[in-house]
Design a protein around this ligand. Structure first.
Ligand code: APR
Length: 320
C-alpha cells in the first residue's frame, strides 16, 4: 500500500514543527519546501536523523524545487511572515497574500489532486486566497485555526480545574482573530457542563485568554507560536489521511454560515465552523444552533473575516 505524502511549504518554525508532529505520528512521507533551500534541506535531514532514535519510518526530503511535492495527498502552507510584538494577524496581510497566492499556484501545478491546509495568517483571508489561487474545489481547501484555538481554551480550562486536558470538550467558532467565538454553553468536562464546575468569572477569564492566546505567546517570544499551531494542522491531516470522519473546527467554505450570508465577498467565504474531515477533505459542515448572544458574536467575527477578504480582493482584483 502506498504511504501518504505530506508536503509542507515554508520550513520555518511552524513548518518544521508540522514535520516533527507528522513524523512522530508516522503519518506518511514528508517534504519540506522553502525558498531558503538550505534551511529546508537541513531541517529535513536533521529530522530524518532522529528517525532511528524515535523509530519512525518516513522518508523526509527538503528543498526549494516544487517537483518535490508531486503526488502529495496533503499540502500544508505555512509560508509567510509571522507576527512581531504589537502586531495583529491582520498586519501581515499585504506580505502574506502575495506569498500564499504564489505558493497556491505552484501547488495547483505540481500537486493538483492534493488537499490544502493553510496556516499562514491572517488565516481566514489566506485560506480564501489559497482557494482562489489554486482553483481547487472548496472541499479540498481548509484552514487551521479552530483546532489550535479550542486547544488553547481546553488547556486554560484544565489549568483552572486541575484536571486532564483530555476530559475537556469545547467548541470555538468564527474567524481566527481576537473576536473568535469560544462557546461555554457547548463546553463540558467528561460530560459535565462547565458552568457546574467553574464560576462565570473563571470561565470568562479562560475565554478571554483563549481569544488573545496567540498574542500572549508573541509577547513572550517575540514571534508567533508554532508547536500548538502545528499540532492543530497535523490533527486535521491525520483525520484526512486516516479517513477518520472526525468533527474538528476548521476554516471551511460556507455560502451561508449559520445565518451569516457572504455579503460583499462574492459567492462564499471561509470561516471557522465544525466540519467532518475525511479522505475527501472537508466532507460536511456541521450546523450549530446559536442563542441570540452567540449568533451576534459569530456575526461580528464573520464580518471581520469578510472585511479582510475585501482587502485581499482590493490588492488582487483577480481574486474577487
Ligand atoms: N515560498 C516558500 N517559502 C517561503 C516563501 C515562499 N514564497 N516566502 C517565505 N517563505 C518561508 C520563509 O523562508 C520561512 O522559512 O516561510 C517560512 C516562514 O517561517 P517563519 O519565519 O519561521 O514563520 P512561522 O513562525 O513558521 O510562521 C509562518 O504561519 O502561524 C503562521 O502567523 C504565522 O503567517 C505566519 C506563518
Amino acid at each position: 500500500m502506498r504511504r501518504a505524502k505530506i508536503s509542507i511549504i515554508g520550513a520555518g518554525n511552524t513548518g518544521a514543527a508540522c514535520a516533527v508532529w507528522a513524523a512522530s505520528k508516522e503519518l506518511g512521507d514528508i517534504v519540506l519546501l522553502d525558498i531558503a533551500e538550505g534551511v529546508a534541506k537541513g531541517k529535513a535531514l536533521d529530522l530524518y536523523e532522529a528517525a532511528p532514535i524515535e523509530g519512525f519510518d518516513c522518508r523526509i526530503e527538503g528543498g526549494s524545487d516544487y517537483a518535490l511535492i508531486a503526488d502529495s495527498d496533503i499540502v500544508i502552507i505555512t509560508a509567510g511572515i509571522p507576527r512581531k510584538p504589537g502586531m495583529s494577524r491582520d498586519d501581515l496581510i499585504q506580505t502574506n497574500v502575495k506569498i500564499v497566492r504564489e505558493v497556491s499556484q505552484n501547488v495547483a501545478k505540481y500537486a493538483p489532486n492534493s488537499i490544502l491546509i493553510v496556516l499562514s495568517n491572517p488565516l481566514d483571508a489566506m485560506v480564501y486566497t489559497a482557494w482562489k489561487s489554486s482553483g481547487f474545489p472548496a472541499s479540498r481547501v481548509l484552514g487551521q485555526a479552530g483546532c489550535l484555538d479550542v486547544a488553547r481554551f481546553r488547556a486554560f480550562l484544565s489549568l483552572k480545574l486541575g484536571c486532564s486536558v483530555e476530559d475537556i470538550q469545547a467548541l470555538l467558532l468564527g474567524g481566527h482573530g481576537d473576536d473568535m467565538v469560544p462557546l461555554p454553553r457547548f463546553t463540558s468536562v467528561h460530560g459535565i457542563p462547565i458552568d457546574q464546575l467553574l464560576s462565570e468569572a473563571d470561565i470568562n477569564e479562560c475565554v478571554q485568554r483563549a481569544k488573545v492566546g496567540g498574542g500572549e505567546i508573541v509577547q513572550l517570544m517575540g514571534t508567533s507560536a508554532y508547536y500548538a499551531p502545528a499540532a492543530g494542522v497535523i490533527q486535521m491531516a491525520e483525520a484526512i489521511i486516516k479517513d477518520k470522519k472526525r468533527i474538528l473546527p476548521c476554516a471551511a467554505y460556507c455560502e451561508d454560515a449559520f445565518g451569516v450570508a457572504p455579503g460583499q465577498t462574492g459567492k462564499g467565504f471561509f470561516v471557522g465552523v465544525p466540519c467532518i474531515l475525511g479522505k475527501g477533505g472537508m466532507e460536511k459542515v456541521v450546523e450549530v444552533k446559536f442563542n441570540d448572544a452567540e449568533a451576534a458574536l459569530f456575526a461580528e467575527s464573520a464580518q471581520h473575516v469578510k472585511d479582510l477578504v475585501a482587502v485581499v480582493q482590493k490588492l488582487f482584483p483577480e481574486l474577487g
